[in-house]
Design a protein around this ligand. Structure first.
Ligand code: NAD
Length: 477
């Protein structure tokens, strides 16, 4: 009888991947250990009076590395949040920030709670109390520790956290920078909600700009027409699926949710599925597609691109051998275990790793934090000046054409587009696109230029760890 497969925990998986990369580096054992370990994890148990009785909640905030401060990382609301998970996620944040050159250390937080069991008012009470516990220990602070949304949290929770911090720090002029992912009216930035999904789209576009790389995955070098399966139509999965289908010609042939999956070879209508989930709490009953009860089995169906955008460890040693996707982009954190990674590589599947693939969120969070510290919206100073310079050029062209009888006529579409100065959303998307392209370039160079780097994940770790190491060395460690 075969022994049952022991799957490493999430943190063990991150450590295994870290070890694989440092084995190719020349770090002193002391520095290697310093980078690997999680600096601290704070666990808090607090009570909130709800429905006539006190309920106790358990929350975590792990700080993996303070080589740069503030440290940054989301706060997750889920029943299975635990120390191992937040520490693994905090470590990933350290490497992710280093890879995309966001000047932060890594942190992560979580609250053991099923948010669907509470109404809005109750969630506000719980969130404010959790924020209070963290803020009084500087685990929420504009220059020390800046949370953001993650699974189960969004703009609403971030606005409560920002307000709670402001109430506790009335003289802090930078109070709004204590958390990112806030709604626009509470100091947020245009494009933050879509940022992680948008980043997944930009990452795929960049991957498909390199025929050498698409060839390794056995794919033709164009995104148009690619068959895509998405797991989790939440913030990240929904935006990625929406942009890829509406703007890049991809066909979303499968959507996997908690209560099963939807299939349609002609491509699912992402907006309609999302609206159905919002109204009914799941995909069951959606009429315009085939419903499959065993959602996880759809991960194993043939497709060009698989986008796990929900949970960790969904591709593991139990199913890796049956995965048929040519390319997997890890929109979620840690969806592939270290053991599964080896199997996928052996079978020729290319993995675009989480550290890079979902870095769009922290990248735009970085822009939001800068906006909060500078107290001015991006584009406010230069937008109209840019427009008037463009206007000058258009007028001059039109004058020349008329004076010389050249009969040039600029198309109205061009004129309108060229004349419009960039607002905040355009600038944010441009900054995100630039970040995703640059980071891919750095990973790719390491992947292809050395003979000993087997895949993009090891390359990503190598780039990130060498930057963190340089930062520690500069501090004299
Ligand atoms: P979310 O809560 O908005 O969405 C998660 C989705 O997954 C929901 O639609 C949920 O119903 C679905 N889901 C839950 N369990 C499932 C299951 N067993 N099978 C299929 N679907 C299931 O969360 P999110 O913010 O989109 O985060 C998703 C992942 O992306 C997480 O791993 C998170 O850490 C990562 N991430 C998020 C951000 C961000 O900005 N929100 C940034 C970086 C990484």
């Amino acid at each position: 009888m075969n022994a049952p497969i022991r799957e490493p925990s999430f943190r063990e998986s991150v450590d295994l991947m870290f070890n694989r990369a440092v084995a190719l580096m020349d770090l002193s054992p002391g520095l290697e250990e310093k980078i690997r370990v999680c600096n601290s994890t704070y666990i808090v148990r607090f009570g909130v009076r709800l429905r006539g009785q006190i309920q106790t909640f358990t929350g975590y905030r792990a700080v993996h590395s303070e080589h740069m401060e503030p440290v940054k990382g989301g706060i997750r609301y889920a029943t299975n949040v635990n120390q191992d998970e937040v520490e693994a996620l905090a470590a990933l944040m350290t490497y992710k920030c280093a890879l995309v050159e966001a000047p932060f250390g890594g942190s992560k937080g979580g609250l053991c709670i099923d948010p669907r069991q509470y109404d809005e008012h109750e969630l506000e009470l719980i969130t404010r109390r959790f924020a209070y516990e963290l803020a009084k220990r500087d685990l929420i602070h504009p220059s020390q520790n800046v949370p953001a949304p993650d699974m189960g949290t969004g703009e609403r929770e971030m606005a409560w956290i920002a307000d709670q911090y402001s109430r506790m720090n009335t003289r802090d002029i930078n109070a709004r920078a204590c958390v990112t992912g806030k709604p626009l009216h509470a100091g947020g930035i245009a494009g933050r909600v879509e940022a992680t999904g948008r980043g997944v789209q930009y990452a795929l576009r960049e991957f498909f700009r390199h025929p050498e790389d698409t060839r390794i995955a056995g794919l033709s070098p164009t995104l148009d027409g690619k068959r895509v399966i998405v797991q989790g139509l939440g913030n990240v999965g929904y935006h990625a699926a929406k942009f890829l289908s509406e703007e890049d010609g991809c066909k979303i042939v499968g959507i996997i949710e908690r209560d099963g999956a939807l299939l349609d070879e002609n491509g699912l209508h992402v907006e309609q599925v999302r609206a159905w989930i919002s109204a009914h709490g799941g995909v069951t009953g959606y009429a315009d597609a085939t419903h499959v009860e065993d959602g996880a089995s759809v991960l194993e169906m043939p497709c060009d691109i698989l986008i796990p955008a929900a949970l960790e460890a969904v591709i593991n040693q139990g199913n890796a051998e049956r995965i048929k996707a040519s390319l997997i982009i890890e929109a979620a954190n840690g969806p592939i275990t270290a053991g599964a990674d080896d199997v996928l590589r052996k079978n020729g599947c290319v993995v675009i790793p989480d550290m890079y693939a979902n870095a769009g969120g922290v990248t735009v969070s970085y822009f939001e934090w800068v906006k909060n510290l500078s107290h001015i919206r991006f584009g406010r100073m230069q937008r109209r000046q840019e427009e008037s310079r463009h206007d000058l050029l258009i007028h001059e062209l039109e004058r020349l054409s008329a004076d010389k009888g050249l009969g040039w006529e600029l198309s109205p579409g061009f004129k309108e587009q060229y004349l419009r100065g960039a607002g905040e959303l355009e600038l944010v998307r441009s900054g995100l696109d630039d970040t995703m392209r640059a980071a891919y370039g750095h990973m790719r160079e390491v992947w292809h230029s050395r003979g000993d780097v087997p895949d993009l994940r090891v390359a990503a770790y190598l780039v990130a760890i060498s930057r963190v190491a340089a930062s520690y060395r500069a501090k004299g460690l």
